[in-house]
Design a protein around this ligand. Structure first.
Ligand code: NDP
Length: 333
């Protein structure tokens, strides 16, 4: 299953380094090790930028938590997420990327060179910074989401829908993402339930209309998920209808796939004081480039892409970031 490609800077509080922290100077610092980060590393290393990469809390990003990847070009037989990320890592290392375990805990882009604190105890002074920290799909917080991770629970219909051809699935959420995912799945699956907690979709009118006009999508209004059932793999979901009211009741549905589509959180918190983001936190890049509003700081992958969120698009933007960094440096030398 192809999934997003991110590392999670998580909810960690910003940790600035102590005044006597170790300082290291680098030409190109890459933060994050999904397809965007590794691709940036391959290009930066081949351009003699001697990139240093910090892998983050989840080395390899979210692809490492998935199974089969079938939609990344170049793997005609498919590949597992962890193997693909090892391949990318090996390719980045082959050209000399210094790949390190550790995660960025604070950033200071107020002067130059840029300063990024790693693990709260080391400061990297970087001539260029490539932010590839990804975005994290939001989950409901149910234990069953962990229990059935990779066994029927997914946060990406485009990535995993193929595995549910002809089956019954559910999508949680009522926004544009949920509508889009439900419509995509409706083209593959026998039946798609949309589990919507209110009696209205947050999605745009056009999308809501499309959902309404798709015969094999059934919207379960005012439903919330209590848990999932199944022997090793998802076989059903238990829902609350009208939760918290006198009419509350439990509803069981038979499904093979349970897709979360309740939003994503870009991992941009530590950069927020300096880097322009949209209201959700996605980093804004200059269209057609990986440039941010701060000179010498570039962004690629899911942390700046709320729209496509695919491994291959992340990889493409990682290439852009490295080329932009290399050109930015050469213009100044
Ligand atoms: P949104 O925040 O727009 O929608 C999230 C949905 O999930 C809402 O229906 C929300 O319910 C529901 N939800 C949130 N938390 C829970 C929960 N704990 N339990 C149950 N339901 C929950 O996120 P999207 O990812 O859909 O969209 C993000 C942005 O990207 C939006 O601006 C959207 O328009 C845009 N987008 C545009 C697309 C396009 O133009 N083609 C495609 C995809 C996204 P509630 O409404 O009750 O809050």
């Amino acid at each position: 299953m192809e999934l997003f490609k991110s590392m999670d800077l998580g909810e960690e509080p910003q940790k600035k380094a102590a005044d006597n922290a170790e300082v290291e100077k680098v030409k190109c610092l890459i933060i994050g090790s999904g397809p965007a980060g590794y691709t940036a590393a391959i290009y930066a290393a081949r351009a003699n930028l001697s990139p240093v990469m910090y892998e983050g809390l989840q080395p390899g990003g979210q692809l490492t938590t998935t199974t089969e990847v079938e939609n990344f070009p170049g793997y005609p037989e498919g590949v597992t997420g962890p193997v693909m990320m090892e391949d990318l890592k090996g390719q980045a290392a082959r050209f000399g990327t210094d790949i390190r375990f550790g995660y960025a805990t604070a950033a200071d882009f107020s002067g130059y060179p840029h300063k990024v604190t790693v693990d709260g105890n080391k400061v990297i002074e970087a001539e260029t910074v490539i932010i590839a920290t990804g975005a994290t799909a939001k989950y409901l917080g149910l234990e069953d989401e962990q229990k059935y991770a990779g066994s029927g629970v997914s946060a990406c219909a485009t990535c995993d829908g193929f595995f549910y051809r002809g089956k019954d699935v559910a999508v949680v959420g009522g926004g544009d993402t949920a509508a889009e995912e439900a419509l995509y799945l409706a083209g593959l699956c026998n039946k798609v339930y949309m589990i919507v907690r209110r009696d209205v979709l947050r999605a745009s009118k056009v999308m809501a209309e499309r959902v309404k006009n798709t015969p094999n999508i059934e919207v379960l209004w005012k439903h919330q998920t209590k848990g999932l059932t199944g022997d090793g793999v998802v076989e059903g979901a238990v829902l609350y209808k009208n939760k918290g009211t006198e009419e509350q009741e439990e509803v069981n549905i038979k499904i093979d796939g349970f897709f979360l589509a309740i939003g994503h959180k870009p991992n941009s918190d530590i950069f927020a004081d300096y880097i322009d983001t949209d209201e959700v936190g996605y980093i804004q890049t200059v269209p057609g480039s990986a440039k941010t509003n701060v000179e010498g700081v570039f962004a690629c992958g899911d942390v700046q892409d709320s729209h496509y969120r695919q491994a291959v698009t992340a990889a493409g933007s990682g290439c852009m970031a490295a080329i932009d960094a290399e050109r930015w440096l050469s213009e100044r030398s």
